[in-house]
Design a protein around this ligand. Structure first.
Ligand code: AMP
Length: 285
């Protein structure tokens, strides 16, 4: 497995692979890798001849009061996970490599980034799109792997790829959870023991919603109220949003008529976590 921290080294390796006709899979990450990332890398390894994992804590996608400085990092453990999951190259650039002065370009997707996380994290998706567009240009991957865990990010990236004719196929991978249901996240490392216990309310609430819809509750308002009630049982949780939207357009749905995305964000103590589920009526299951 190669490790590169310059764009030149990544490009020369990838162009030699392309000359051999090898297919390239890319998994963009911010590191502190866990089983969720591992599954993306493993799927990329199954479907491609070479797998690139980028590890970059992208300053442009963090707001001024967010956790950029304390975002967890562990380069050695990440490298071991990448190797065992079947990666061939880790690209881990410094911020100055990705954003040399005077960097002036922003890639921005409009409507899809207005709601959900976009509302409470202004500029976040501009940062995501800008770095992902750069990674796509640098890596020239045939396929790129993203987790359903970040459902809005997935919809935004798909739109960007369509709009900009980027020839990289986007592959979505299911949410990987801890045994007790909590969605795996690098940010779970911030939780103390009490918070870790209460964080379970997020997945528990989504499960309740899933069951209610399967049993015939099709009113978004009622399902959202159910989720809000469940979160209220945990005093350390402050919801940011709970919404039911169309999975592609991300427009709010009054009634759950087709598969619908129930997405939530909540602070558990000071840690902001996100989770979601696709709701399906009984006849769609
Ligand atoms: P991050 O390092 O948090 O930026 O995540 C990198 C990629 O891993 C994104 O496409 C995420 O959606 C995906 N990912 C993170 N956590 C999970 C998870 N629990 N299950 C599936 N994919 C995940």
């Amino acid at each position: 497995m190669h490790i590169a921290d310059t764009i030149e080294n990544v490009r020369s390796l990838i162009s030699s692979w392309k000359k051999e006709g090898l297919r390239i899979g890319l998994t963009p990450t911010m590191g502190y890798l866990h089983e969720g990332h591992q599954r993306l890398i493993e799927q990329a390894a199954k479907e491609n001849d070479r797998v690139v994992v980028s590890i970059f804590v992208n300053p442009k996608q963090f707001g001024p009061n967010e956790d950029l400085d304390r975002y967890p990092r562990d380069a050695e453990r990440d490298a071991a996970l990448c190797r065992s999951a079947g990666a061939h190259l880790i690209f881990r650039p410094a911020p100055s490599v990705m954003y040399p002065e005077p960097f002036q370009t922003t890639v921005s997707v409009s409507n899809l980034t207005e709601g959900l996380c976009g509302r409470s994290r202004p500029g976040h998706f501009d940062g995501v799109c800008t770095v992902v567009a750069k990674l796509f240009n640098i890596c020239q991957a045939d396929r790129a792997y993203f987790g359903q865990k970040d459902a809005q990010q997935l919809a935004v990236i798909r739109q960007m790829v369509r709009d900009l004719n980027i020839p990289t196929h986007i592959v979505a991978c299911p949410i990987v959870r801890e045994q007790d249901g909590l969605a795996k996240s690098s940010r779970n490392a911030y939780l103390n023991q009490d918070e870790r216990g209460e964080a379970l309310a997020l997945s528990r609430a989504l499960l309740l919603a899933e069951q209610a819809v399967a049993e015939g509750e099709h009113s978004s308002e009622a399902v959202i109220a159910l989720v809000a009630n469940e979160l209220r049982t945990s005093p350390l949780i402050t919801p940011d949003y709970i919404e039911i939207v169309d999975p592609e357009s991300l427009r709010p749905l009054q009634t759950i008529t087709a598969p619908a995305l129930l997405a939530l964000a909540a602070f558990v103590g000071k840690t902001r976590l996100i989770d979601n589920v696709i709701l399906k009526r009984s006849e769609e299951r």
